[in-house]
Write a protein that binds this ligand. Structure first.
Ligand code: NDP
Length: 264
């Protein structure tokens, strides 16, 4: 008996992924592309974003790159415009860009705290507002448009405190609050908003906080699945939240953490 291959869940959809040049953002872009979406990689480092988009294109996907610093409103609007100019619309925004700065709480500088909140929290506000305005306009122009999906990148640290990353913890808690607020504001417009909260994933962010073998072993000992996750394992969940497979979900965070939060 032959089994028909499932149709790609995001065929015809257009997505923007902030911080999409590498790490988890690139993992998200790969998963969205695999499901048939056309993807704009919006990143502060245009050269790396262009290289990553080129690799996706070489694998047969539709991918483009745009320079976007999520702290800057005009850049966020330009990222949305890049998708609309290239492919006529925007269906999916993945607000992924984020940074971490670590220091003991008593030593953390005001500047470091501000920097982290500016990218991780205000950046999510600016990108999601730009995306939502475009989506609301699309719905008004074409009531048959299938609706939008926004996915915000949270973290287990939204709910699990680490004293050396106070700004990061605060920003990710804020992202969850913002996500829930947007889910209420945008539901009447046919836009769903959900979050993904990764545990420890193999990227440069993790390398910057787990700098030695002992730190990595500490992470592993607190991860029931016994390994660090891969960016594509976050991408797969983002693709689910971006697709109609999650059509009755909004205002939720899915933690993808190898069981880390179950320990708490
Ligand atoms: P990476 O540093 O690997 O990738 C982040 C990407 O975002 C980089 O390309 C970076 O560019 C870009 N970026 C940084 N600042 C900005 C900005 N202002 N505007 C646009 N792009 C920017 O990080 P991860 O992939 O690990 O992290 C992605 C998200 O996942 C973040 O929100 C992070 O908090 C979250 N997360 C990660 C976890 C992990 O274990 N890795 C765990 C939980 C959450 P450049 O390098 O040039 O600065």
């Amino acid at each position: 008996m032959s089994v028909a291959a499932a149709a790609p869940r995001l065929a015809g959809k257009v997505a923007v992924v902030t911080g999409g040049a590498r790490g988890i953002g690139l993992g998200c872009a790969r998963s969205l592309c695999k499901e048939g979406a056309k993807v704009v990689l919006a990143d502060v480092d245009l050269a790396v974003a262009q290289r990553s988009a080129g690799e996706l294109a070489a694998a047969g996907h539709a991918a483009a790159a745009v320079k976007c610093d999520v702290r800057i409103k005009a850049d966020c609007e330009a990222a949305v415009k890049a998708a609309v100019t290239q492919w006529g619309k925007l269906d999916i925004m993945v607000a992924n860009a984020g940074i971490v700065k670590a220091a003991p709480f008593l030593d953390m500088s005001e500047q470091d705290f501000d920097d982290v909140v500016a990218v991780n929290l205000k950046g999510v506000f600016l990108t999601c507002q730009a995306a939502a305005r475009q989506m609301v306009a699309q719905k008004a122009a074409d009531p048959a448009w299938g609706g939008g999906a926004i996915v915000t990148m949270s973290s287990v640290n939204a709910v699990m405190a680490i004293p050396s990353i106070a700004g990061y913890n605060a920003s990710k808690g804020g992202v969850n609050g913002l996500m829930r607020c947007m889910s209420l504001a945008l539901a009447p417009h046919g836009i769903r908003v959900n979050g993904v909260g990764p545990g420890s994933i193999a990227t440069d962010v993790l390398a910057s906080v787990a700098t030695d073998e002992a730190a990595r072993n500490r992470i592993l000992s607190r991860t029931p699945l016994g390994r660090i996750g891969e960016p594509d394992e976050i991408g797969e969940v983002v693709a689910f939240l971006a697709s109609d497979s999650s059509s009755y979900m909004t205002g939720q965070v899915l933690y993808v953490d190898g069981g880390r939060l179950a320990l708490n």
